[in-house]
Design a protein. Sequence first.
Length: 70
Amino acid sequence: MEFSKSELVEAKRQIDSTLHKLRETVKTLEAKEIPSRYKSQITLARRRIDAFEISVFLIARELMELDEES
């Protein structure tokens, strides 16, 4: 499947925004009085962060390849 440069840039922007929100969520949950109560939510958010970081890396790599072709 091929995507335009503008589609990739917008996808990366959206993922970066979501990553920021997820990182803030983890900070908030870890700062709670009893963070162990939120262990599953913290784990889920961290796993999502990992997945989105991989996505950002792959999109950035694809954008670099598009720039090299130009």
